[in-house]
Design a protein around this ligand. Structure first.
Ligand SMILES: CC(=O)N[C@H]1[C@@H](OP(=O)(O)OP(=O)(O)OC[C@H]2O[C@@H](n3ccc(=O)[nH]c3=O)[C@H](O)[C@@H]2O)O[C@H](CO)[C@@H](O)[C@@H]1O[C@H](C)C(=O)N[C@@H](C)C(=O)N[C@H](CCC(=O)O)C(=O)O
Ligand SMILES: Nc1ncnc2c1ncn2[C@@H]1O[C@H](COP(=O)(O)OP(=O)(O)OP(=O)(O)O)[C@@H](O)[C@H]1O
Length: 542
């Protein structure tokens, strides 16, 4: 698993191998006079502004010159690596009709030849960008049903389940998350879990233009802390769980929690559903009772985790590779449904998705009938417990931290008749403290462990593997642990050797298609490797 900061789940594509800048068609918003923006927004015009600057019109806004299609306002603000003003000339050459920047950007531009378009200045561009973009794209979120999910694990799965349920109800959906951006049937790879403000509003405008009914999206804690979803007020927000992660961005777990809790305030959501099976969920429920009284309901999957929850899960029963369950509300409403995805954590994800749809006003009988006809809450979530064969059963999963790996192995053990075989590695140049813990989880949870490469980044791959192997062998000296450095070779070897009753879990990268080794991106998709190995196993040649 990898991302530039090692935490964010965004794809690492930098265009070196496959372009992640595939685009969805962008709706062209109505023109807006620059003069009409000054006043409602704290903007001034740089220099004299040029004759008639106030009558110059812009259509939408983008903060990346590579997204300019023509006629937009280019928002040039400072970043972690570079000031966007460096790209103002390129943006104007691509057709930007005006530029918005801050005083630092104004100074940078003063040193160059005039851009030939009006330049507006604001003290803090990121602070107003969301509201400004919503205005320029005609407030698209107001014309969509809007569902948002936050939490450490389960966001992607829950959002895909939400989409599956809404489509089963005949709704046309738009999806935004780590894996992809999808409008109706068109999908492109995502680079961020939650897009930047201008990109988000442009995408929502495209959804409105494509007659989408409902938006479902992941909202990361980074996004909430960085005001990426301003000024959207979501119809229903959902909270999965919170475990240690992203402490390189949020200084403490409390800060991480506070960022996520933002989603459950009147400024961000009309209603909320909080899973209360962990301490942070219970803390969020308690906080919401005062911050957003009557708007946030609780959902308990397990008994005894919360006193008198609004929704609870009952009558849980194995159902094929997944689970059937009944959602019961204190007011008597019930919904009997299932998920085909394995693991108790997917019961939590499915119950949360179903409760969010019910809290949006859908009648349980209507949802129950729709889901019964759609196989339950059983989307194929790219790279999340994605099953590619059933004898041997071969699964590709995104689990890339000890908690998720433990849950993925535990989910597969009960339905594994033969050996449970795990292929995994650890990400390089990132959080090394996870390695020994993942090694221990691996040898405890699997019968055979093959240690291979994940994304070494700038760290020597054999060194990463050596650390994982050492921890595994210390923890269980006689465990069956092998080392195969090449991930392709490791996957091929294991698939060819597996018995019909075995389960093979290839964990850590899920949907990702780029492996970075010493700064060079290589195309590597675990699912493609598994399929090629299965062809070879069946006697074909791959
Ligand atoms: C910390 C963070 O959020 N960084 C994001 C930020 O990068 P940055 O501030 O360094 O921007 P920069 O590269 O200095 O560029 C400055 C400005 O110049 C513009 N620019 C830049 C280059 C260019 O050619 N043209 C151009 O116009 C940029 O659009 C930007 O406005 O703006 C970039 C452009 O939009 C993002 O790609 C980048 O996300 C990086 C890839 C990232 O890894 N973000 C992670 C931390 C993240 O946001 N993760 C969360 C959480 C995931 C999870 O929960 O697991 C997520 O929502 O994805
Ligand atoms: N509710 C959950 N609780 C704990 N672990 C989960 C849960 N749902 C999924 N997982 C595990 O965590 C991994 C990541 O799940 P998923 O991608 O759905 O959520 P996420 O990590 O929040 O989303 P993102 O991919 O945007 O980071 C899965 O591959 C699975 O192993």
């Amino acid at each position: 698993m990898t991302a530039p900061d090692g935490r964010g789940a965004g794809n690492d594509n930098n265009g070196a191998v496959t372009s992640s800048r595939q685009k969805l068609r962008t709706a062209v918003p109505p023109p807006r006079r620059l003069g009409d923006l000054v006043g409602p927004f704290p903007l001034t015009v740089a220099g004299a502004g040029g004759p008639g600057w106030a009558d110059v019109t812009v259509r939408g806004v983008r903060a990346d010159n590579r997204e300019i299609a023509g006629g937009e306002l280019f928002a040039a603000h400072t970043g972690g690596h570079v000031h966007g003003a460096r790209f103002a000339r390129a943006a104007v050459d691509a057709g930007a009709a005006a530029v918005l920047t801050d005083p630092a950007g104004e100074r940078l531009l003063a040193g160059d030849d005039p851009l030939g378009v009006p330049v507006l200045v604001a003290d803090d561009v990121p602070a107003l960008l969301g509201e400004l973009a919503a205005t320029l794209y005609d407030r698209p979120a107001d014309r969509l049903g809007t569902f948002a999910v936050t939490g450490t694990n389960g966001k992607t799965t829950t959002v895909f389940m939400l989409e599956h349920a809404l489509r089963a109800l005949g709704r046309r959906t738009g999806l935004i998350g780590t894996v992809e951006l999808r409008v109706g049937e068109h999908a492109v790879p995502a680079t961020l879990t939650t897009p930047q403000p201008a990109d988000l509003q442009a995408l929502l405008a495209t959804m409105v233009a494509e007659e989408v009914d409902d938006l479902v999206m992941e909202v990361s804690s980074h996004a909430l802390a960085l005001h990426r979803v301003d000024p959207v007020v979501f119809d229903v927000a959902g909270f999965t769980n919170l475990t240690q992660d992203h402490l390189d961005f949020h200084a403490t777990l409390d800060e991480y929690f506070d960022a996520k809790a933002e989603l459950f305030t009147p400024a961000r959501s009309r209603r909320g559903v909080v899973l209360v099976d962990d301490d942070w969920g219970r803390r969020l429920a308690e906080r919401s009772a005062t911050v957003h009284p009557g708007a946030v309901v609780t959902l308990a999957v397990h008994d005894g985790t919360f006193e008198d929850p609004d929704w609870r899960v009952r009558e849980v029963a194995a159902d094929g590779t997944g689970t059937a369950f009944t959602l019961v509300h204190r007011d008597g409403r019930t919904l009997r449904t299932r998920t085909g995805l394995p693991g108790d954590f997917n019961v939590a994800n499915a119950a949360l998705a179903a409760a969010m749809v019910l809290e949006s006003g859908v009648d349980p009988a209507t949802l129950g009938d729709a889901l019964a006809a759609a196989g339950g809450l059983s989307p194929q979530v790219p790279g999340r417990m994605e099953q590619l064969a059933d004898a041997p059963r071969v699964i590709v999963d995104f689990a890339h931290n000890p908690g998720a790996l433990d849950k993925a192995l535990a989910a597969l053990r009960p339905t594994t008749k033969g050996r449970l075989v795990l292929v995994f590695g650890a990400t390089g140049s990132r959080d090394r403290s996870k390695r020994p813990e993942m090694a221990r989880v691996a040898v405890d949870g699997a019968d055979v462990v093959v240690v291979t490469d994940d994304d070494p980044h700038d760290e020597p791959a054999e060194q990463i593997r050596a650390e994982v192997l050492a921890a595994a062998r210390v923890h269980v000296p006689d465990a069956t642990v092998r080392e195969i450095g090449s991930r392709s070779e490791a996957i091929r070897t294991v698939v060819l050797e597996a018995g019909e009753d075995d389960t093979v879990l290839v964990a850590g990268r899920g949907h990702e298609t780029v492996q970075e080794i010493a700064g060079v991106d290589h195309h590597l998709d675990d699912r493609e490797e598994v399929r090629a190995a299965l062809v070879q196993r069946a006697g074909g040649h791959s």
